[in-house]
Design a protein around this ligand. Structure first.
Ligand code: EPU
Length: 337
């Protein structure tokens, strides 16, 4: 374990933004993590996993801790279920592939989500009708304060749409070190009714899909809509889909009769922010090195050397325009640093 000075964070954030860390350390064991937390001369510490959910708008003057803990193991199983424990530094999609290859079900709809295992619970990652909470058993996290390890079971994580206790009450207090998932070994419960999965399976001429088929369909859909961060810097959906009252929705329908919505409760609906942004005219707009993706308006992109502050300014312009046109405030999903 070696603390480096003045390190570029460009390879460590999927937006591909150039920003420097005054101090940087990569840890690959729990012992190393403990040792780093005990260092008293760094008051500001920033945790970094896959860097897939953040926008760096300036240099960081403290210590960046890159969590590089590795390992995937089966910790318990019976005839129906298997409990898979993965270390925080594993790449999420590699864990998905490992599970699919072992025919462990439940995780297939979450194929190809960028990022690492340790950050998945923080925002309760989700896609195509499944959220992490649906397969989550527990996670272990180290207290930043005293380096002790605490296990969080599902109920304690207070999972919600792109939200959890780690973004709220426990924010900045813990480092997630492992995540344990509860997956099916047989009688897999398939989720194919969301979005274009069913039509994609039809195109693939698959009538009785396996979890492997669903994973392939999801990968195909994601690759056709979402830019690959290795080619065009991005952080997936930049904003959350807003939830508004049914009354508000009814009012909007008078002017925008094609506005899509998903019922959340008797009184609320969720509106796809991608639709609002497209309707506001931003889809595919490019401003020099940054812009809004041409296939998915919810994704802001860095074409090369964009600054984090440019992307932040664009996001604020989008927010203001949406507020003015629809009286809806959209919230960033990405963490802005
Ligand atoms: N839409 C448009 N124009 C666009 C994009 C979307 O009109 O440019 C409308 C369409 O009506 C479309 C609907 O929005 O049917 C939904 O679009 P999509 O299926 O692409 O999903 P999303 O709501 O934009 C969410 C997640 C994604 C996840 C997909 C699929 C959020 C913030 N985003 O996007 O998650 O992959 O559903 O389940 O909830 C991420 O969080 O980074 C992410 C990529």
């Amino acid at each position: 374990m070696q603390i480096q000075q003045n390190v570029s964070l460009k390879p460590f954030n999927t937006f591909g933004i150039e920003a420097n860390a005054a101090h940087f350390v990569s840890i690959s064991t729990i012992e190393e993590l403990k040792n780093v937390l005990e260092l008293k001369n760094y008051t500001n510490k920033l945790l970094l996993g896959g860097g897939s959910n953040m926008l760096l708008t300036k240099d960081y003057d403290g210590l960046v801790i890159h969590v590089n803990l590795k390992g995937i193991e089966i910790v318990k199983e019976d005839d129906d279920f298997v409990y898979v424990k993965a270390a925080a530094g594993e790449v999420w999609h590699e864990l998905v592939i490992w599970c699919i290859n072992n025919d462990f079900g439940g995780i297939e709809n979450l194929s190809l989500i960028p990022g690492n295992v340790g950050t998945a619970p923080i925002q309760n990652i989700g896609a195509y009708g499944v959220e992490l909470k649906d397969i989550f058993e527990s996670c272990e996290a180290m207290s930043i304060d005293n380096a002790s390890i605490k296990t969080f079971y599902k109920e304690e994580c207070l999972f919600d749409y792109r939200n959890s206790v780690f973004k709220q009450e426990a924010k900045g207090q813990f480092i997630i070190t492992t995540v344990t998932l509860k997956l099916t070994k047989r009688n897999h419960q398939l989720h194919i009714n969301y979005g274009t999965i069913a039509s994609q399976l039809e195109i693939m001429q698959i009538e009785n899909p396996t979890i492997q088929d669903i994973s392939k369909a999801v990968i195909y859909i994601r690759e056709s809509k979402l830019p690959n961060p290795k080619e065009i810097g991005n952080s997936g959906s930049f904003f959350k889909n807003p939830i508004i009252s049914k009354n508000h929705h009814n009012k909007l329908l008078q002017n925008f009769e094609d506005i899509p919505s998903y019922t959340i409760s008797d009184t609320e609906v969720k509106i796809p922010a991608g639709w609002l942004i497209e309707k506001a005219g931003f889809k595919g707009k490019r401003f020099g090195d940054y812009g809004v993706h041409k296939n998915q308006a919810l994704v802001l992109v860095n074409y090369g050397n964009a600054k984090g502050s440019d992307i932040l300014k664009l996001s604020e312009l989008i927010q203001k325009t949406i507020e003015r046109l629809f009286e809806i405030s959209i919230e960033a999903e990405v963490n802005i640093l």
